[in-house]
Write a protein that binds this ligand. Structure first.
Ligand SMILES: Cc1cc2nc3c(=O)[nH]c(=O)nc-3n(C[C@H](O)[C@H](O)[C@H](O)COP(=O)(O)OP(=O)(O)OC[C@H]3O[C@@H](n4cnc5c(N)ncnc54)[C@H](O)[C@@H]3O)c2cc1C
Length: 390
């Protein structure tokens, strides 16, 4: 929370007006800050008397008290999200390197079967909610309060979230509350061999370079990772682990009211498609998308596209592959007329086999492809359609 120097505060209320979170009020002619403060700092600039400031960092904070890795696991319709299992698989490697315990926090009604699934994927223990949210709108508020309490008490060194809508909303909120760092949309996580810090790598400067970020002076070290970045871990049925029921939270009115909710469409189909045909600007015209779809239907593939095709309205965003689209991990990816810009490659490097068709022998996609066909992609596509039709 923002620090208020009551000797300087005149109770003018300018900070109250400036605060979008309604986290400030005037009581007994002095400003008062509530828990809902997100430390955005707007009130500090609004105060003409210099009475407000960011809280002093606790210099005496004992970072060595923080130990263990947590993965915050999410469910949808009673099933664990793939990204949660992918994160548990990656976190298992990190925990083994650091010789620490790996815990998964299951954000759903307590379920032995789901907890067991997290253990088979690599968790040593699963922390279960004892107060399950009864309504959608309660979920995030409840998860925030619960995680804030448990992280403060149990002190994990690293906390990882899936970069889902939920993860992208709650992780920054928690990081601000805990006064720690957060790296969003990491594409690699590793442990620094010297200091044991979490090295969080993500694209920076429009994807033109990769930045590796470490949170050296605050805990926990927090990161979000998009679905498909790490492979799903194998199920090890011999693994055993503990299930711990977290103490219930007192009921509290939520500030968030969801009026309507819509399911995202399409994202699951390209992110988890085993066979993917990806079209780029090289296909020439919107009309040619029909042939791409015809081939996809004949071969059982899903259709992905490069960003310019989404921008041109040839395809939906849910089909965009790359840094600002979806990360895909198909067994086979057929790339048609895609140049292979770094932002596009960021989304396809998990593909097992890439076949690329491009007229330019120097196209960067050929550096990433296993098989390179220097040809007109539409001619190749038409031939493939004929083969499938036979
Ligand atoms: C911050 C940021 C984020 C971005 N995020 C993404 C993202 O998520 N996904 C993404 O895709 N892009 C993204 N981009 C855009 C990216 O930089 C490229 O501009 C884009 O990927 C290029 O798409 P393309 O390869 O289809 O088109 P082009 O670059 O125009 O390439 C077309 C290719 O087709 C070839 N070609 C032409 N005719 C034929 C033919 N008849 N047969 C075969 N080949 C042919 C050409 O040789 C060329 O290599 C992002 C950019 C920025 C700055």
């Amino acid at each position: 929370m923002i620090s208020i120097d009551s000797a300087l505060c005149r109770g003018c209320g300018l900070c109250v007006k400036a605060c979008a979170q309604q986290a400030l009020s005037i009581e007994n002619k002095k400003a008062l800050c509530k828990e809902s403060c997100t430390l955005c700092g707007i009130c500090i600039d609004a105060c003409p008397f210099g009475a407000l400031s960011f809280p002093q960092k606790d210099k005496a904070k004992d970072l060595s008290a923080y130990r263990g890795i947590w993965v915050v696991a999410q469910c949808l319709e009673g099933k664990l999200l793939p990204v949660s299992l992918e994160l548990v698989g990656k976190a298992r490697q990190l925990a083994d390197e650091k010789h620490v315990l790996l815990s998964a926090v299951l954000l759903s009604a307590p379920s032995e079967a789901l907890a067991q699934e997290l253990i088979f994927a690599g968790a040593d223990q699963v922390l279960l909610l004892s107060t399950a949210p009864s309504q959608m709108e309660e979920e995030e508020e409840l998860a925030f309060r619960l995680l804030a309490r448990e992280i403060a008490q149990r002190k994990p060194e690293i906390v990882l979230f899936g970069a889902t809508l939920f993860g992208r909303s709650i992780a920054p909120r928690l990081a601000a509350h805990l006064q720690t760092g957060l790296t969003a949309d990491c594409t690699e996580l590793s442990i620094d061999p010297q200091q044991g810090l979490l090295l969080q790598t993500r694209p920076a400067f429009g994807g033109n370079l990769m930045a590796t970020i470490a949170t050296a002076s605050a805990r926990p070290q927090m990161a979000t990772v998009r679905s498909g970045i790490f492979p799903l871990p194998p199920k090890d049925l011999s693994r055993i682990g503990q299930q711990v029921l977290l103490p219930a939270l007192p009921k509290k009115k939520t500030k968030l009211h969801i009026l309507e909710s819509h399911r995202e469409t399409g994202c699951a189909s390209i992110a988890s498609a085993p066979l993917l045909v990806v079209a780029g600007k090289g296909i020439g015209t919107k009309k040619n998308m029909k042939l791409v779809h015809q081939f996809a239907q004949l071969s059982g593939a899903q259709v992905g596209v490069s960003r310019p095709l989404v921008e041109a309205g040839w395809a939906d965003y849910s089909q965009q592959v790359g840094q600002t689209g979806f990360t895909v991990r198909p067994k086979l990816l057929l790339s048609l007329g895609v140049s292979g810009a770094i932002q596009h490659l960021a989304g396809i490097m998990g593909a097992e086999t890439i076949i690329a068709v491009n007229t330019d022998p120097d196209a960067p996609i050929f550096q990433a492809a296993d098989y390179c066909i220097e040809a007109d992609c539409m001619a190749v596509l038409e031939e493939l359609i004929q083969i499938y039709k036979i």
